[in-house]
Design a protein around this ligand. Structure first.
Ligand code: 5GP
Length: 199
């Protein structure tokens, strides 16, 4: 018998899929980017979206940029684990196949999605781990939203209204990570995925 198979020193088993959600402008994308840079062993799901690429975004890396028709066909063929219309505008969804493949390979999998998507994953993958990214306080969230300066006033108000509703959803999640500094939040998230700090 091989003693190493007894597993007395084994790390606690981590959930195969972790969902990161949180309010608008809390910095989910920035924390995900830090995870991508610092923890290559974590597999970040590449969402499909109907929105146009922003400068610097690479198809197949940050998103899979698809047409409305392509998106509809992915949904109709049952190839989306979840999907949602975000900010009443564009569609975003998590392709199911790659997630299942990485889980089968035993890779820690991270989905960075909106709240509506997180709720769908809770229905289809209840064993997943649900992490809520919260701002240190409301004013910081407003500063981040306004400071970004990419939205018109009306759009900003709409996003703030969404953020208020989304903040109230914290109780639905297993764990909250406060996004005080990006690297610290990313390290805490990596630990929740069973991956140790670089430091
Ligand atoms: P952005 O367009 O700024 O990259 O993302 C806008 C929002 O879409 C973010 O809140 C992000 O979490 C959400 N999002 C990105 N990918 C997905 C996805 O696959 N499914 C869902 N439901 N939301 C997503």
């Amino acid at each position: 018998m091989n003693d190493s198979s007894i597993g007395v020193d084994a790390e606690p088993a981590s959930a195969p899929v972790t969902v990161l959600a949180g309010p608008t402008a809390v910095g989910k994308g920035t924390v995900s980017a830090a995870i991508r840079a610092r923890y290559p062993e974590i597999w970040l799901s590449v969402s499909a979206t109907t929105r146009a690429p922003r400068p610097g975004e690479v198809d197949g890396v940050h998103y899979r940029f698809v047409s409305e028709e392509e998106f509809s066909s992915l949904v109709e063929n049952g190839q989306m684990l979840e999907w949602a219309v975000v900010h009443g505008r564009n569609k975003y969804g998590t392709p199911r196949g790659p997630v299942e493949q990485k889980v089968a390979e035993g890779r820690p999998v991270l989905l960075e999605i909106d709240l509506a998507g997180a709720r769908q994953v809770r229905d289809s993958l209840p064993e997943a781990q649900f992490v809520f990214l919260s701002p240190p306080d409301w004013d910081t969230l407003v500063d981040r939203l306004v400071g970004r300066g990419t939205e018109e006033a009306e759009e900003r108000e709409r996003r703030l209204a969404t953020a208020r509703v989304e903040l109230a959803a914290e109780d639905e999640f297993d764990v909250t990570i406060v996004n005080d500094t990006v690297d610290r939040a990313a390290d805490e998230l990596a630990r929740l995925l069973g991956v140790r700090d670089l430091t």
